[in-house]
Structures are given as structure tokens and as C-alpha cells.
Design a protein around this ligand. Structure first.
Ligand code: ADP
Length: 323
């Protein structure tokens, strides 16, 4: 559905995008994730035809954005970070206005009703946009993107500035829309990608540094898992027992003590599930385990490691920074 090939965008001497290529299939929901300045907005603007590239190509449904921009743009609904809303219009007036502006040919009343229903704007449709909550304004932004029934939806930082309840509502709406659209969600919020996207493309300094399924990115990148365990037992003996278990590496006492329990962290070797042997070893010594959790494998940690690796930051530097 979306094909990006060797995209380069230079601003003077700065490469905002430096040889970026990816393909997104029909019906996928993909997160474009990266720190500020990574090149996300530049990529969004080129994808939606608002900015030209220095070199490389973008096609939507096999239509080249440079050769046939009008046709290609019709396939895309875009929610920019700052949706262009007219505060002095009511929701209905604004959606009618966008309908005309886009030269939409679908049956107007039915189409706009459907959009109002999907975006749950029925109750506020006669209100002035100026008087809506930020969450509802964002829904209006999404509603305008849906006019013309585009196959591809591109959302740029859609939940910035919303309260937690509004964030959940917008994420739900995006997940629902993904059932019958191809969706790209640009964000710097890792939890958003984990909540909404099947696949994540991570971009840093204009280059793609990872392109993986969201649920496998952690496993694909980490060598094994790091665990944190709390055991009621003598500190030194627990540490030495744990370190003798097959697949358990580098056991460290964290120094935390809670009554008669001590906390440790350890790594597991790649492909070995050490949780049962750890349980059995502690049980056979009569040491209750009062906590066992995988740590350091969340997307945030992976993201920092990937960015560091791409920038050549060494393990030693990470430790000194306290990572
Ligand atoms: P993001 O959206 O990930 O925060 P951007 O795409 O906005 O990143 O920016 C990528 C890089 O390109 C940054 O270094 C930014 O300063 C630079 N850049 C973006 N737009 C312009 C512009 N119009 N002129 C000069 N530099 C720009």
C-alpha cells in the first residue's frame, strides 16, 4: 500500500532523512517512533505530499507521489500534529467545509453521518469547535482526515496534550480505524506504539534503526531476559545457588532488604526459560520467592539501547550514565 524507496531529504547540510526505505502492507498499523529531531515529521510531510524529497520515491497504492500527486493524496487522510480547525465553525459546518474543500464525491449526508458516528461526535456536532474539549477537537481532526474515505490514515502525535482518559479514547478509535485502513502513527511515546501498533519502525537521525513486529522487537534485540527476584533466604547463599542454575548468568545482589528477603537481578541465557529451575532451586532450600519479574525488556529500554548502538555509545558509557 505504501512504498518508500531510498528517501533522502536535506536541509542545507542537515540530512533530515538519509536513505530511508520501507513498505507498509494493506491494513497494517505501524508506529513510526523516534526522538525529537529524528525525522518523523519530515517523513510524514513527504508521505502526504506536503514536502518534496531531495531524492528517492514514495508511492501509495502504486501511485507515485511526484508523478500523480492529486491521485496519490486522495488516498491519504492526514491528522497533523496541529490539526487545522476553524474554531468559529460548528463541528457540522467544519466537516461540510472540508467535504467541499476535498472535492469529495461520496454521498454527502450518509458519508458525514458515518464519520460522526465512528468518531463519536454526535453529541457535540452543533457546538462551536472553539468550545470543545481538547479530546473532542482531536476527534474533529480525525473526522476531517476520514472525509473521502482514504485507504491510508497518517496520524502525527495524535495524543499530545490529551488527558489520560482522552488518550485511551483516541487510541481505541485508532485501533478501530485500523481494522479497515492502513495506519501510520508517528509518535515519540513508546507506550502508544505498544498499545496500538503491530509493527514499529524506529528512526533516529534520519535513518531507520529497527523495523520489527512490536511484540517481537524486544526478543529480537535482547540476548536474553533480565530478571529481578526477591527471595526470603540468606543473601550470599541465595546468590550462589541462583548462579549455579543452568542458564542463569551474572547474579547481582541489589542491596535491597525487606525484612528477611533480599533482592537480586540476573540475566538468562538466550533461549533458556530459567523461571521453573529458579523456583525449584529456591523451593528445595525452603526459601520462598516473593517476587520475580522480567526487567529491562520494555520498549523504552530497547529504544535507548538501539539509539545508543546506532550512535556508537558503549556499554561502559551507558553504565556511567546510570542506564
Ligand atoms: P521529528 O519530527 O522526528 O522531531 P523533524 O522531521 O522535524 O524531526 O526534523 C528532522 C531534522 O531536520 C532536524 O534536525 C530538524 O532540525 C531538521 N529540519 C526539519 N525541518 C527543517 C527545515 N524546514 N529547515 C531546516 N532544517 C529542518
Amino acid at each position: 500500500m505504501i512504498k518508500v524507496e531510498n528517501l533522502v531529504k536535506r536541509f542545507g547540510n542537515t540530512y533530515a532523512l538519509n536513505d530511508v526505505s520501507f513498505e507498509i502492507g494493506d491494513g497494517e498499523i505501524v508506529g513510526l517512533l523516534g526522538p525529537n529531531g529524528a525525522g518523523k515529521s519530515t517523513a510524514m510531510n513527504i508521505l502526504t505530499g506536503y514536502l518534496s524529497s531531495t531524492s528517492g520515491s514514495v508511492s501509495i497504492d502504486d501511485i507515485d507521489m511526484v508523478e500523480d500527486p492529486i491521485k496519490a493524496k486522495k488516498l491519504i487522510g492526514f491528522l497533523p500534529e496541529q490539526p487545522p480547525l476553524y474554531p468559529e465553525m460548528t463541528v457540522d459546518e467544519f466537516l461540510n467545509f472540508v467535504y467541499e474543500l476535498k472535492g469529495c464525491t461520496l454521498e454527502k449526508e450518509a458519508h458525514l453521518e458515518e464519520i460522526i458516528k465512528v468518531t463519536k461526535l454526535g453529541e457535540v456536532r452543533s457546538r462551536l469547535i472553539a468550545n470543545l474539549s481538547k479530546g473532542n477537537k482531536q476527534r474533529v481532526g480525525i473526522a476531517q482526515a476520514l472525509i473521502g474515505d482514504p485507504k491510508v490514515l497518517i496520524f502525527d502525535e495524535p495524543t499530545v496534550g490529551l488527558d489520560p482518559k482522552q488518550i485511551l479514547a483516541v487510541r481505541n478509535l485508532m485501533r478501530n480505524l485500523a481494522k479497515n485502513h492502513t495506519v501510520i502513527l508517528s509518535t515519540h511515546i513508546l507506550a502508544e506504539v505498544q498499545a496500538c501498533c503491530e509493527r514499529v519502525i524506529i528512526i533516529n537521525k534520519g535513518k531507520i534503526i529497527a523495523d520489527e513486529r512490536t511484540d517481537s522487537i524486544v526478543r529480537a534485540i535482547e540476548d536474553g531476559y533480565r530478571y529481578r527476584i526477591k527471595v526470603c533466604g540468606p543473601e550470599k547463599e541465595v546468590a550462589s545457588t541462583l548462579s549455579r542454575i543452568n542458564g542463569v548468568k551474572s547474579v547481582e545482589s541489589t542491596g535491597e532488604r525487606d525484612l528477611d528477603s533480599f533482592a537480586f537481578v540476573f540475566d538468562s541465557a538466550k533461549g533458556v526459560d530459567v523461571r521453573k529451575p529458579v523456583f525449584n532451586a529456591c523451593a528445595s532450600r525452603g526459601w520462598p520467592i516473593i517476587g520475580l519479574e522480567a526487567v529491562g525488556t520494555d520498549l523504552e529500554t530497547v529504544f535507548i539501547r538501539l539509539v545508543d548502538a546506532a550512535e556508537g555509545v558503549t556499554e561502559g558509557t551507558q553504565r556511567r550514565r546510570g542506564k
